[in-house]
Design a protein. Structure first.
Ligand code: FAD
Ligand code: NAG
Ligand code: NAG
Ligand code: NAG
Ligand code: NAG
Length: 522
């Protein structure tokens, strides 16, 4: 209803205030402009019978698809970069903002819904997903609308000893995932996704298509981890591929509290970040159990020797080893490492079920948490079985990259990142689960980094702050509240880039980087 109101108001005012229309949305003119410039079958209006199907196609969480969710005016599904350019030009001219969606996995749904009532269009890149591998150069070009599963599959089918470091869930979109950093099981050996991006093609706020040379090094710096939705629409990425052995070794070992989970997790904090770079071992804590999930770029024999030397407390033996190709390891369930199908079925399946709503949060740990505190943490999980935390070790390659090299600042000295998740079925209210998470997160404040309490932009959390908009531009000060937690000292540099490339704040959402404008009292 609020959206309809705004619509009518925008239309009404634009008839009278012709001079200042730039900040007022003209939805009808926008739709007309799209239909002049883009083939009709690529544009879905709210009145289209397929609108809801296209909208929901990559929505992962039902809590962002309700009857009160602020939905887009239309969805554009480009099949070429020129369609993205046309959408941006129409949007600029008619004062209609665009949100861009690649895989739709944003934890707050910001790629397809607005928190405030506003008129906006969605550019959904799902049809722009070609992948070209250059085996000889060990590089690839991947379009933003590809999923990481499709990327892993295309690389390995070209050459099974090449791979790319990125996240664990095959349906993640390349566009949003790379925009925020990209952590995964190869990160201790090869870094984040953004540590391996060589070039990109982006549509800026003027509708121009730019590569690295044309956008310049500061703009190119910002898109490698500065968060999606702020610096333009990245259409395609050139990436450096990395090498993996013909066979890797995977294990999953569970320890209950009765079996000593508290001691083993306490010990893992020192071990996980300092193991050989070839070994990434994450931990899932849920209920009264910790599960140690590892991918090792090497053989079972050498893994058993490494574990016996560095982490005897886990009692890992050769019976725990599961040898497989690296590609097969990427098709395992990311929370259990259980097999859920063949790589073909799992990695190329873009559909996601709308089964569970979610709320996520994150923290970074630089000083090991005490054993006593871990006892308390396991007690929190007695109170709610539907919550979990994932601990992802840093160290290795990540810690050797300087804080200023990319916007991702959580580098040297970080032991691990904590991802908090609670789930609830679509049909029920999530209030209880979220209250539990809020209280648990408060409790954790004394055990994690402070000043700032660091957080990971790809685990987006609107509780830590939303932009305030003044004179139609998000303010630097309001963005600082959440921005310094995601980017630390890099926030200011991101805001300077934003002022240079998008001073009128065309590309924005509730947590986009605001422009740092001179002479403005933010
Ligand atoms: C099940 C699950 C597992 C996850 N696992 C991991 C993991 O292992 N490692 C990790 O690092 N993260 C992980 N994440 C977080 C994930 O990286 C982020 O949610 C990421 O932003 C998703 O990208 P997307 O394209 O799917 O999302 P979208 O919702 O499409 O986009 C996310 C944000 O980026 C913007 N954006 C999208 N495409 C573009 C583009 N082409 N150009 C500019 N901006 C764009 C959007 O507007 C939005 O603001 C996980 C998330 C989920 C839901
Ligand atoms: C939205 O759905 C809820 C139930 O999920 C219902 O109670 C409410 O009346 C609906 N609101 C509108 C505006 O349709
Ligand atoms: C695989 O690599 C070769 C050689 O670099 C290249 O010609 C081919 O197009 C690639 N295939 C794919 C699917 O990218
Ligand atoms: C694809 O994924 C969906 C959602 O998880 C699932 O329901 C479906 O069975 C999968 N299809 C195949 C072929 O695996
Ligand atoms: C735990 O969370 C679920 C929702 O996921 C909720 O139904 C349940 O009541 C919660 N239990 C407690 C004890 O908070």
């Amino acid at each position: 209803m609020a959206m309809l109101g705004r619509f009518a108001l925008g239309f009404f005012l634009s008839c009278y205030l012709m001079i200042s229309v730039s900040s007022l949305a003209s939805p009808d003119e926008f739709l007309q402009c799209l239909s002049d410039k883009i083939p009709g079958e690529l544009v879905y209006r709210q009145s289209s019978s397929s609108f809801a199907d296209v909208l929901v196609s990559s929505i992962r969480f039902p809590n962002f698809f309700t009857n009160t969710t602020v939905r887009p005016l239309c969805i554009v599904t480009p099949t070429a970069a020129c369609h993205v350019q046309a959408a941006v030009r129409c949007g600029r001219r008619q004062g209609v903002r665009l949100r861009v969606r690649s895989g739709g996995h944003d934890y707050e749904g910001l790629s397809y819904r607005s928190v405030r009532a506003e008129v906006f269009g969605v550019v959904d890149l799902a049809r722009l997903r070609s992948i070209t591998v250059d085996e000889h150069e060990s590089t690839a070009w991947v379009d933003s609308g590809a999923t990481v599963g499709e990327l892993y599959y295309a690389i390995a089918k070209n050459n099974s000893q090449l791979a790319f470091p990125a996240g664990e869930c095959p349906t993640l979109g390349v566009g949003g995932h790379f925009s925020g950093g990209g952590i995964g099981m190869l990160m201790r050996k090869y870094g984040l996704s953004v540590d391996n991006v060589l070039d990109a093609k982006l549509v800026n706020a003027e509708g121009e298509l730019l590569d690295r040379a044309a956008m310049g090094e500061e703009h190119f710096w910002a898109i490698r981890g500065g968060g999606g939705g702020s610096f333009g629409i990245v259409v395609s990425w050139k990436i450096r591929l990395v090498t993996v052995p013909p066979t890797v070794t995977v294990f999953s070992i569970a320890k209950t509290v009765d079996q000593g989970a508290v001691d083993v997790v306490t010990r893992w904090q020192a071990v996980g970040p300092s193991l050989p770079d070839e070994l990434t071992m994450r931990v899932k804590v849920q209920g009264q159990e910790a599960v140690f999930l590892a991918v090792y770029l090497g053989t079972c024999t050498s893994l058993v020797a490494t574990m016996g030397r560095d982490f005897p407390e886990l009692h890992m033996t050769s019976a725990d080893c599961r040898p497989m190709t690296y590609l097969e390891s990427t098709a395992l369930s990311f929370t259990t490492l259980a097999k859920t199908g063949t790589p073909e079925e799992v990695l190329l399946n873009r559909s996601s079920s709308l089964g569970f709503s979610v709320k996520g949060k994150s923290d970074y740990v630089r000083q090991p948490i005490s054993r006593d505190a871990w006892e308390d943490i396991f007690d929190w999980f007695k109170k709610n079985g539907s919550g979990l935390i994932m601990l992802e070790p840093h160290g290795g390659f990540i810690g050797r990259v300087s804080t200023a090299a990319t916007p991702y600042p959580h580098r040297r000295g970080v032991l691990y990142v904590i991802q908090y998740l609670v789930f609830w079925p679509a049909a029920i209210n999530g209030g209880t689960a979220q209250t539990w998470l809020d209280k648990f997160y408060d409790f954790m404040g004394r055990h994690v980094t402070t000043n700032p309490r660091e957080a990971y932009v790809n685990f987006r959390d609107l509780d830590i702050g939303k932009n305030t908009v003044v004179d139609d531009v998000s303010t630097f000060e309001s963005g600082k509240v959440w921005g310094e937690r995601y980017f630390m000292g890099n926030y200011r540099r991101l805001a300077r880039v934003k002022a240079a490339v998008d001073p009128t704040d065309y590309f924005r959402n509730e947590q986009s980087t605001p422009p740092l404008l001179h002479g403005r009292h933010n």
